[in-house]
Ligand binder design. Structure first.
Ligand code: ZN
Length: 215
């Protein structure tokens, strides 16, 4: 059984890499973001709780995230292992998590802030059908117009230069000490996230292979 954590800033391709690794190793992908979205789509009690917090103008606390992850892991549907995305959120959680679960590796996808900024600011969303576009890799045929339904393309409200800068700053402040802890435990694989998705995946698998041969 293999247990991994994947880390990296928003827009680094974490979700794609986690899914590819799950297919390759028969792992269960446990993504905090996906759990949130699923609950909101299914109008669960948890979703109501999250929405109450957000409507008060507060952020969902690290404790609630921890509770959600604990509950998800307790389902034990991950016979061949898991890859966890979006957790831990603090050093205390990371320490507790390492005591409870024997983690094989922490995959850290490294993408420079400049690139993240460029990727996020080039994102567009169809106001009609919700299709995602990207002015770098997936450009619409006609400027600012959806190829499928013809509706105008918009930017997400929080994809502004200021908001991206804030998210990057918060991300680095929060994750630096967590990564430091994982590094001290010699768990971290640094993977260059700028390459095409297949190349990133290949590098992850190569590094994981090298790591298991040390034992
Ligand atoms: Zn559309």
């Amino acid at each position: 059984m293999q247990k991994f954590v994947i880390m990296g800033v928003q827009g680094c391709g974490k979700g794609t890499q986690a899914k590819l690794l799950c297919q390759a190793y028969d792992l269960t992908h446990i993504s905090v973001g996906d759990i949130f979205r699923w609950n909101i789509a299914h109008h669960t009690k948890l979703a109501a709780r999250i929405q109450r917090i957000i409507s008060r103008g507060d952020l969902v606390s690290d404790e609630i995230v921890a509770e959600i992850v604990q509950r998800r892991l307790a389902e034990h549907d991950w016979n061949f292992g898991f890859i966890l995305d979006g957790f831990p959120r603090s050093v205390v959680q990371a320490e507790f998590f390492l005591e409870s679960y024997d983690i094989d590796a922490v995959i850290h996808l490294v993408v420079p802030d400049e690139v993240v900024r460029e990727r996020v600011l080039s994102r567009r969303l169809c106001s009609g059908c919700g299709l995602d576009y990207n002015l770098i890799h997936h450009r619409p045929q006609v400027i600012d117009q959806c190829d499928v339904c013809g509706a105008p393309l918009t930017q997400r409200a929080d994809d502004t230069p200021g908001a991206v800068a804030d998210r990057l700053k918060t991300y680095h402040e929060k994750t630096a000490p967590i990564l430091e802890l994982f590094r001290r435990k010699e768990l971290v694989l640094e993977v260059e996230g700028m390459q095409p998705a297949e190349a990133v995946q290949k590098e992850i698998q190569t590094q994981l292979g090298l790591k298991s041969s040390w034992r």
